[in-house]
Ligand binder design. Structure first.
Ligand SMILES: Cc1cc2nc3c(=O)[nH]c(=O)nc-3n(C[C@H](O)[C@H](O)[C@H](O)COP(=O)(O)OP(=O)(O)OC[C@H]3O[C@@H](n4cnc5c(N)ncnc54)[C@H](O)[C@@H]3O)c2cc1C
Ligand code: SF4
Length: 657
């Protein structure tokens, strides 16, 4: 047999691929093994130096609409989904329609409302950075609530990997004492975080590596007005009792640099310039881009990996005595070649400029990792003769956190549009007996006014100068500044992030009619919400009503009124509308793309095992949020990073043999 080109080839230079590469290099080095690793990345590597990263910042400044992918250039060779391409999936007569407007081909009945980035660094370039651990019950939904499926591993098994993810990879800022977990030790977080690593955390008393990012003035205002209030939510079926929840505003763990909590933690600055981004400076543009990289992105891990590690962990410059990590950007993997239970190679296309001919290549390795994001992993496997799919689960169980937004104008100035996108949330609805009939949800408090639902401050300015079609009296100069000063700092919105359950019908497929410029299949998506999810929409809306009433925002209002009140509304033109029990709700995507190659012990019902190894192809690992069987109410990347560390350990163990 010929010698493989590499020990390990990883598809995708996002956080998942970067973490696995880093872990393999580190763990192998401990055994004096120095693997050769190749990362194939579809997008451009523009931002690996701090100066080049600034071109993204400039693109962001120039963009008219600041959606998540605004700073990252579109490419026909490595196209990416964009939330601006989301369309209602009905024709003028209200009949179902397919939309192939953007990169996704959306077959509905609901549009899938999230995007991802296809540039080196991946979607962490424009994530918010919320880093919540999943709750123990999230891993055992079937056992506890007779819903969804259980994971093959539980919270306790993942806990040491959460700690490594928070300390060694992402750098999470939070205070254990300020966390609140419903149902766990009466909300006492210490047991939840208790560590088995007593050498690092004496007595098992866990602490995050960095001090918490201070709660915003808005968070403090809310805590003053709604902390300890009881929200009562009605029964939904005969015999069910009403449910009561105690509201507590809780500071959120985030991937954002602050002050080290202990002297043994060194803050990681920007990729290519460690002096930048050592502290969050409140630039207030975390989505779509942190100008100084105070927020974690995968470029930081990749930079460390290619610039420092091979020398630091290896045996100087001696050939074969240091790890070799090659990153090849603008290389789109198109096929997983396989035979008799193993992957035999990957084919990929290299492009230089959009439109110029791409060149074809094949690469071989001892082991392979797909880490191209849940939707791309599934598309790639399906396009490879339905590889690793004896269970027929590849592409299925696609999930997100459907978001219900509510927003209003508070009676007082709360300093909106300052600081990170969110610094606190309301965890009260994350767990409880109600999960046997309706989905849990988490409340994210937004610091950026009505930016998400109303494209403010831009649309507010348009309203005031009379540029909107609603056009009130024109307002310019000093009066405009005064009005903006009155309105913008009082804008308030919350996102009700609903847990979605896995359903086989929610899926990614491929269709030979839909290919991109390089001939790679585009993802074809079928997506809907289950009754289980929909049952929580009226609850979220009612909880919002009670919170808003407590805050003095009872009047229903519409722009451009700009008086105190509740401005949440549904517009007929909005893409993702959900009818439930006679009411219409407007649901957005959260960017949390999960579930397309789920893990499990049973190969007939899952794609990978608990180490994210394919049940069918022994040298293939399919990694990322796609492996998560359920997603609870935590933003998924921290859990995905913990899983990637575990997978990296496993691969290193095997490569070191
Ligand atoms: C607006 C937004 C906000 C978010 N906020 C949060 C948050 O606060 N907290 C949280 O936990 N999560 C958040 N997320 C989700 C988070 O960004 C993702 O979970 C995470 O980035 C996934 O990491 P990944 O490495 O698996 O995939 P990605 O980060 O998407 O990286 C995949 C990489 O693979 C490359 N690739 C794709 N196809 C190919 C191919 N065929 N060949 C070669 N390379 C390929 C891509 O170019 C990309 O670089 C957010 C997402 C969005 C969109
Ligand atoms: S608030 Fe600003 S400095 Fe802080 S993480 Fe967000 S964009 Fe970066």
């Amino acid at each position: 047999m010929s010698t493989p080109d590499y020990d390990l080839v990883i598809v995708g230079g996002g956080i998942c691929g970067a973490v696995i590469a880093k872990t393999v290099v580190e763990q192998c080095a401990r055994k004096k093994k120095f693997p050769r690793i190749l990362i194939l990345e579809a997008g451009r590597a523009t931002a690996l130096s701090a100066d080049k990263y600034d071109t993204y910042v400039e693109a962001y400044h120039e963009a008219l609409v600041k959606v998540p992918n605004a700073p990252y250039p579109a490419s026909s060779s490595a196209p990416q989904p964009d939330v601006l391409d989301i369309r209602p999936l009905q024709d003028a007569q209200g009949r179902p329609a397919v939309s192939d407007q953007g990169y996704f081909v959306q077959k509905g009945p609901m549009p899938f409302g999230s995007d991802y980035a296809r540039s080196l660094g991946g979607t962490t370039l424009h994530w918010l950075g919320t880093c919540l651990r999943m709750l123990p019950n999230d891993f055992r939904m079937r056992e506890k609530y007779r819903r969804s499926v259980n994971w093959p591993i539980g919270y306790d098994e993942l806990k040491p990997y959460y700690e490594r993810a928070e300390w060694d990879i992402i750098g999470v800022a939070a205070d254990v004492g300020h966390q609140y977990y419903p149902g766990i030790e009466k909300g006492d977080p210490r047991k939840f975080f208790k560590s088995a690593n007593v050498d690092k955390f004496p007595g098992g008393t866990y602490s995050f590596p960095m001090e918490e990012i201070p709660s915003s003035y808005l968070d403090q205002y809310l805590a003053k007005h709604v902390d300890d209030m009881t929200v009562t939510l009605p029964a939904g079926y005969p015999g069910e009792k009403e449910h009561k929840f105690t509201i507590r505003i809780s500071n959120t763990p985030v991937a954002r640099n602050s002050t080290p909590a202990r002297p043994d933690y060194k803050v990681v600055g920007a990729a290519g310039n460690a002096d930048r981004g050592q502290r969050c400076e409140g630039n207030s543009s975390c989505i779509p881009i942190c100008p100084v990289q105070a927020k974690y992105n995968a470029l930081k891990t990749l930079y460390e990996l290619i610039v420092r590690y091979p020398y630091a962990l290896g045996d100087g410059e001696k050939p074969g005595r240091r790890a070799r990590v090659d990153i090849r950007s603008q290389c789109v993997v198109t096929q997983v070649l396989h035979s008799t239970g193993a992957v035999t190679g990957l084919t990929y296309k290299t492009y230089y400029d959009d439109g110029s001919p791409a060149t074809d290549h094949t690469v071989t390795a001892r082991a392979y990792v797909l880490a191209a994001n849940a939707i791309e992993n599934a598309t790639l496997l399906l396009a490879s003769g339905s590889a690793a799919n004896s269970s027929d689960q590849v592409g299925r169980n696609l999930m997100d956190h459907p978001l219900l937004l509510t927003w209003g104008l508070l009676p007082e100035n709360v300093g909106a549009y300052r600081g990170p996108g969110s610094t606190s949330g309301i965890p009260a609805f994350r767990d409880g007996g109600f999960r046997d009939t309706r989905t849990a949800f988490r409340v994210e408090i937004g610091n950026w006014g009505w930016n998400f639902p109303e494209n403010s401050p831009y649309d507010t300015v348009l309203d005031l100068v009379g540029g909107s079609k609603d056009g009130r009296a024109k307002c310019y100069g000093r009066q405009l500044r005064k009005e903006l000063g009155r309105i913008l700092p009082r804008q308030f919105r919350i996102a009700w992030e609903l847990e979605q359950d896995p359903e086989a019908r929610n899926r990614v497929t491929i269709d030979d009619r839909y290919k991109d410029a390089l001939g790679k299949h585009r993802p074809v998506i079928e997506y809907d919400l289950s009754e289980y999810v929909k049952a929580s929409l009226p609850w979220a809306a009612e909880a919002s009503r009670q919170l808003f009433a407590r805050l003095g925002m009872t009047e229903k209002r519409r722009r451009p009124t700009y008086e105190t009140g509740d401005y949440s509304h549904y517009d007929a033109g909005d893409a993702a509308q959900v009818r439930y029990k006679g009411k219409t709700y407007w649901v957005r995507g959260a960017g949390h793309v999960v579930g397309t190659h789920r893990m499990g012990d049973d190969p007939t019902d899952s794609v990978v095992d608990s180490h994210q190894r394919s049940h069918d192809l022994r040298n293939l690992f399919v990694a990322g949020c796609g492996s998560m069987p359920t997603l609870g109410t935590s933003n998924p990347t921290l859990t995905m990073t913990a899983l990637a560390l575990r997978t990296g350990d496993k691969i290193a163990e095997e490569l070191s043999k």
